[in-house]
Write a protein that binds this ligand. Structure first.
Ligand SMILES: Cc1cc2nc3c(=O)[nH]c(=O)nc-3n(C[C@H](O)[C@H](O)[C@H](O)COP(=O)(O)OP(=O)(O)OC[C@H]3O[C@@H](n4cnc5c(N)ncnc54)[C@H](O)[C@@H]3O)c2cc1C
Length: 360
């Protein structure tokens, strides 16, 4: 039997899909010495390019089970990967902390209970008379915003991370093919991925990281996996009010379920979470800005300066994400309707371990 090292060096792996999940898997596997090919027809239109990059791990209120374990592992892995990737982009960083706010008394009580019970020095309740809460209430023209702060959570610039990964993959000479895979099959212990142009790409293993389209490539009779499209929208709003300085707000925070990034004195980004449609609706501004009983004037009068969206895939009938070893040499890693950026390190590690077990 060949040694593990020999198997690794020989094995070549095709990754279908070049969103954050495909790219992160390519990073992990290239570092282990595999020969990786990544295939995607139009990576610039994917949901990864729409993401706000919030890494909300330690704030997750359920501290057990699979979802928490993936978060916990990712929180530990992120600083190591950032340090590594800074060789390719010294500016890459996780901007901390992250703040979660609510105007709902019941929700705040839950947050309070969560912080008290966990006794974690990196999670604190924001005092009512703290400068931060005063500034937030002042800017949003309310009195009842409360919340918690997590010093371990934060935000990575999603586009900058994707570009840094591209730089790394190029440096590692990872094969990038522009093409759409329409069929995969196994023949003589090899996987053959066929592109729309009828090109066949042979590999020892295939990893499906192509979000919603992953199910088109697997046999539905043997694998009962269902995915639903979930729309995610974001807008950049420009305000014209000298009285408000958006930089007095935290850099990244969430109020009543909306993610907000203050970009400059007069610009902020607001992102939504779940919408079960595939086309953005006309009333995006209303949908994204109605997160308080009464909107502050500056927000009411704000103008959309940019607008974008992405379609994510949500597993139907099982928890997110879907990570499965479907058959010898075929792994699926999809269904990241939320938190794809946060979970990428832990999920790539899971895939790498499955591959090591398979080859050993
Ligand atoms: C507005 C918005 C804000 C978000 N904010 C955050 C956030 O703050 N934090 C966070 O962690 N997550 C966030 N997300 C979620 C995050 O974007 C997703 O979880 C993540 O991008 C999923 O990555 P992916 O690689 O699985 O999918 P995608 O990025 O969609 O990539 C899938 C790729 O597969 C390719 N593909 C499809 N079919 C084929 C085929 N047949 N052959 C080859 N390639 C194929 C596609 O072209 C695409 O490039 C946000 C999402 C949106 C839309």
């Amino acid at each position: 039997m060949k040694s593990l090292k020999e198997n690794f060096q020989k094995a070549n792996i095709v990754i279908i899909g070049a969103g954050i999940i495909g790219k992160f898997n390519a990073l992990e596997l290239s570092e282990l010495g595999f020969q990786v090919t990544i295939i995607d027809p139009t990576q610039l239109k994917n949901s990864s390019n729409a993401a706000l990059g919030l890494l909300m791990g330690n704030m997750y209120q359920k501290r057990r089970g699979r979802s928490w374990n993936l978060r916990k592992q990712s929180i530990e892995l992120w600083p190591q990967w950032i340090k590594f990737l800074q060789k390719f982009n010294y500016e890459l960083n996780i901007e901390k902390p992250l703040i979660q706010l609510t105007t709902n008394e019941e929700k705040f009580k839950k947050l309070e209970k969560f912080v008290f019970e966990n006794n974690d020095p990196t999670l604190l309740i924001l005092e009512r008379d703290s400068i931060l809460i005063k500034n937030i209430n002042k800017a949003f023209q309310t009195k009842n915003i409360k919340g918690i702060i997590s010093f371990k959570d934060g935000r990575i610039n999603a586009l900058s991370l994707l570009q840094t990964l591209d730089k790394y993959l190029k440096h590692k000479k990872v094969n990038y093919l522009q093409g759409e895979i329409i069929k995969i099959r196994k023949s003589n212990n090899q996987w053959i991925s066929t592109t729309r142009n009828n090109e066949n790409i042979k590999s020892d293993m295939v990893i499906l990281c192509n979000s919603l389209k992953a199910i088109d490539l697997i046999d539905s009779r043997s694998h009962n996996i269902k995915l639903k499209p979930v729309l995610g929208q974001a807008i950049e709003i420009e305000i014209n009010d000298a009285e408000v300085d958006l930089l007095s707000l935290p850099k990244q925070f969430n109020i009543n379920g909306k993610n907000i990034i203050s970009k400059s004195k007069n610009k902020l980004i607001i992102g939504s979470t779940d919408e079960y449609s595939t086309k953005p609706e006309k009333n995006t501004f209303e949908k994204l800005t109605n997160f308080l009983d009464k909107k502050p004037n500056w927000l009411e009068k704000g103008k959309i300066s940019k607008k974008w969206y992405g379609i994510r895939s949500r597993p139907d009938g099982e928890p997110s994400p879907i990570m499965k070893n479907l058959e010898d040499g075929l792994i699926i890693c999809t269904g990241f309707y939320k938190n794809g950026f946060l979970l990428a390190p832990a999920c790539s590690k899971w895939v790498a371990n499955e591959i090591k077990n398979y080859l050993y």
